[in-house]
Design a protein around this ligand. Structure first.
Ligand SMILES: [Zn+2]
Length: 395
């Protein structure tokens, strides 16, 4: 759920005044055998009703698919045994609404893709809407008041870490615009219970045309990131994030991987893949954080990124599998939270055009050096490119 909601660069609309940021936080619940049993029964009842509704809904004409339809409600209660009165009302209602909504949106998409039928029946969690789960603060911290059983609210004390605590204090602070939305109750394999709670807050985004400072970001192997902060014709600062540590780490992991494959040690092969993924994740976090912090320090500023083109991704280039796209996605994701717009610019000739005199010539660039044969300007090649990117590319 959290992953599918992450915004991508393509979702980012820099001309919006205000956007909603939504994050899903996972928080452990203090529970008991009795409460776990209630949740377990709740999940089973919900899935049973949802599976039944997903079976019968397609046999009703589409105009009957609405949340107020009492016939649907009675239909949904049929899936539960008569003695299950405690669960019936709320859970049947919840399951029915979820099924009706997902079938309706499927129909509105022209019934493209798979029918939502498969999503109901086997899932191992319970989705609670905002009305059925509320976060409250008390002298012990925070708790979740759930009402998935009619007339019987179940209270769970929350056990947040520092990260979760920050969000919980925001949603219970009346002066903070952050609010909690729906929540899912998940059992881990070991029986611990977690709430996946969505938190939403609005962020003001300034428009690129109202801003004069631009952060141009050039991505490469080493430096991994080169940023130029430019206001009008003035280059305010240039910053670099080294990529050499990352390259060495990759080489070490590649060697270990080749050795493991030679020995046919599949476990070790898998371990090297994980090591590589973790380190890449770490490096792309650090690099993207640095870019967004730089832009925030020069706010209001716009971040300019190069459009990643096919030729760059498929080039006969030893670094073609570097995580350029991943760094860009993370920059966009973090910039969004700060209300910093991100623009993509045409990368053509940004690395072979002199940022001083505007002359374009591939021979001016030699690896890390840029030497303009026209005006004599000399600079690190990535700095020249980052400044061109900050100016919006070469027109
Ligand atoms: Zn020049």
């Amino acid at each position: 759920m959290a992953d599918s909601q992450e915004p991508t660069l393509a979702d980012f609309a820099p001309d919006t005044d205000e956007i909603d940021i939504t994050r899903t936080i996972r928080c452990k619940l203090q529970t008991s055998a009795a409460k776990n049993e209630l949740v377990r029964q709740g999940i089973d009842a919900y899935q049973q009703v949802a599976a039944h509704m997903a079976d019968v809904l397609p046999s009703y004409p589409a105009y009957e698919w609405n949340l107020q339809n009492t016939q649907m409600y009675h239909q949904s209660k049929r899936a539960l045994p008569d003695d299950d009165t405690n669960y019936k009302t709320t859970l049947a209602q919840m399951a029915k609404n979820d099924v009706v909504e997902s079938f309706t949106s499927w129909r509105e998409r022209g019934q493209q893709g798979e029918s939502p039928r498969g999503a109901f029946g086997d899932a191992d969690y319970l989705t609670l809407r905002h009305d059925d789960c509320q976060v409250h603060e008390n002298d012990r911290g925070w708790g979740l008041k759930t009402s998935f059983i009619s007339y019987n609210r179940v209270w769970f004390h929350l056990q947040p870490g520092n990260y979760q605590r920050e969000f919980l204090s925001r949603v219970t602070d009346e002066d903070d615009p952050a609010s909690a939305g729906s929540c899912e109750l998940h059992f881990q394999a070991d029986g611990t219970l977690y709430a996946h709670l969505t938190v939403t807050w609005p962020v003001e985004v300034y428009k690129p045309e109202d801003v004069t400072t631009t952060v141009g970001v050039d991505l490469n192997d080493d430096p991994l990131v080169c940023m130029a902060v430019v206001t009008g014709d003035t280059v305010e600062t240039v910053e670099m994030e080294s990529g050499s540590e990352y390259r060495h780490h990759r080489e070490r992991v590649k060697k270990r991987r080749a050795e493991a494959m030679r020995q046919n040690n599949l476990k070790a092969v898998k371990e090297t893949r994980l090591q590589y993924r973790r380190y890449t994740d770490h490096i792309t976090n650090v690099a993207s954080q640095r870019v967004v912090e730089t832009a925030a320090a020069h706010a209001p500023a716009v971040i300019n990124l190069e459009e990643l083109t096919d030729y760059r991704e498929t080039a006969e280039d030893p670094i073609h599998d570097w995580p350029f796209a991943e760094i860009q996605e993370k920059i966009a994701y973090k910039a969004r939270e700060e209300g910093i717009p991100v623009q993509k610019i045409d990368p053509r000739n940004t690395s072979v055009t002199c940022r001083m005199c505007g002359e374009t010539n591939p021979t001016f660039r030699d690896e890390r050096e840029f030497n303009c044969g026209s005006c004599g300007y000399e600079v690190h090649a990535d700095v020249n490119a980052a400044i061109n990117i900050a100016h919006g590319g070469i027109s």
